[in-house]
Ligand binder design. Sequence first.
Ligand code: JHZ
Ligand code: SAH
Ligand code: ZN
Length: 407
Amino acid sequence: MNNCRVCSDPIKPFMSFGPMPIANGFLKEEEFATEYFFEMAVAFCEHCGSFQLVEQPNAKRMFHENYAFFSSLSKYMQAHFKAYADNVIERVFKGRKDPFVVELGSNDGIMLRHFKDAGYRHLGIEPSENVADVARSQGIETLSEFFNLDLAERLVAKHGHADAVICANVMCHIPDINGVAAGMAKLLKSDGVLMFEDPYLGDMINKTSYDQIYDEHVFIFSATSVSWAFGQHGFELIDVLPQITHGGSMRYVLAKKGSHAVSSNVAALLEKERAQGLHQAKTYVQFKRNCEASREALVGLLDKLHNEGKRVVGYGATSKSTTVLNYCRIRPEHIEFISDTTPIKQGKFSPGVHIPVKPYADFMKNPPDYSLLFAWNHAAEIFEKEQAFKAGGGKWITFVPKVEIIK
Ligand code: JHZ
Ligand code: SAH
Ligand code: ZN
């Protein structure tokens, strides 16, 4: 029996994606034999509305000195995090004397650099040493530790309380959400603000974007579940701001109960989630069916192209692609290689199914007939860059919201 990480009620999985490797565990041939797998099953808690993995691998297996995801590789995400930093400065810092901001999962400093450049007191908490080193080399204050209640207490003793705690694509990675929320309550000033954004459950359900589910994403949040989880620790949701990043995200703004005015956006979103049925088990039964249909369509298309002798290459060795490749059991005969701009992924093999990952230059040199867009969340940026591929007769395949060859 498993219990909900938020409210402790018993939970049971409604679906399993099968054995999964570490999503960012790109590996060498000699490491194939000892590759780690876990059973990737998901559950929905009807009591508090949280969507979560049943089992998550240990954090140190995922986040370490060879972490493969570097935030700053997307130009669009750079612009997004400049706007996020501006939003924090405008909303929280105005009228405060010498404000202090802490960011969890600050990675290579993509957001924190704007606070540093503007001369604000800042601190990044980033356990993956290699990405943290990139930030440190640019003068961005960064501590390589996992955030938890104990660290929150040490931070207060050393730096005092924070005016703002911010994160993006981090909160949904941490299994001990009650420890983190208690840590936030310790770390923030009584009128401090917590802002975080993560892939949004409503979008994942609408788009059947099941590839948001992988080892790192222990939760897929909704306003309902965030409000429940943080409500237990004296917080209330004071605003919600939808984002288009990562295929549909939500930025949650929280503060200690009664300290800030609550926007009408909150009640409106909670109502919208009920109307969408995010609180009902039957929504997830349908989601499972949609995932199965998506898998069948993608495998059918790749088999057909393979039989026709077409060359297919994957675009973007994303974390998400690990779920798609392993759940659909896609093999190297379907996809020649995956093109990716991240040096640490290149020359290695994709987790589980072992498709070679090659530098972007290889895609340019010998463009395939079809390119399977694993980085579909970056489609606008990629299509702008790849006009020559299309002009030369190349075709894009996507699988979100449905499997299709893009006309
Ligand atoms: P991208 C990661 O997810 C992991 P991933 C993590 N769990 C999370 O939540 C989000 O990030 C924030 C490459 N690329 O952003 C670079 C190109 O090759 O979709 C990356 O390897 N060419 C923390 O891994 C990958 O694609 C390009 O033009 O799913 C993109 O990964 C562009 C734009 C990207 O995140
Ligand atoms: N915020 C960036 C990076 C997201 S990647 C962006 O949106 O692009 C997720 C990051 O969270 C990783 O760099 C990982 O090392 C970090 N992380 C994981 N667990 C953490 C924890 N308990 N505390 C702080 N950071 C954590
Ligand atoms: Zn629960």
